[in-house]
Design a protein around this ligand. Sequence first.
Ligand code: SF4
Length: 245
Amino acid sequence: MERIQPALTSSQPAPPPQISLSFSQLHDFEVCPVRYRFSQVWGVQAPPDELQPAHVRAVGSTELGAAVHEALAAWHNTGGDLLELYRGPELGREMLTRYLEHPLARTRTLAVEVGFNMAIGATRVRGLVDRVCEVDGRVALIDYKTNATLDADLLESYSLQLRIYGLAAKRGLLPGGRDPRLVLFDLRRGEPRDVMPDDGLVEQRVLAASTRISAGDFTLGPEHANRPCQLCAYRPICSDARKVL
Ligand code: SF4
């Protein structure tokens, strides 16, 4: 007699959902888990830029960053006149003019906006490298930043982004080889900053975040004391917003 197999029922625990993180999601979680929960778990849409207070718009400046990145990608891809390709706020034009004077702008481009998706433990990490180029015979992965300020905390955070790219290259997921130079290009000041690879740190930070996200742990700790509530679009609805700013 054929045995009837018991159906898989709710008594069997469902496997935990796989966590997938971009660098900006990882950054959000590290800076403020509450913010990550608003955007990634609860799906609360952040107000568009124009609805944010003027001081937030001035600092966040997503329009500026997007327009500069778009022009750089087009120019490094097809050439032409970088400043004519640019469509954005005047400040971006100044950054691009300064950039054109830097030798790195003229080095050979191998690829622009190169995506990757890799596993770190059970977590998928996605990324998009702004530019892959050749500098003095060595491949370099470049990430362009338009931030008004790059303090030590932000530099440390962006260094992690470059280190994630470095790990993806080491695994053969990016063009140009497994040991690239990692460069964060500060467009406001027209300066490149080299970042040293650190695969162990990447794995440690990704696993720490994904373990807490899987467990639904979005509690704030002392390390979030300086979370950027003043610039956060969720501030009007957030009960954890810092009172003294
Ligand atoms: S307002 Fe502050 S505490 Fe609330 S989500 Fe934004 S950064 Fe986090």
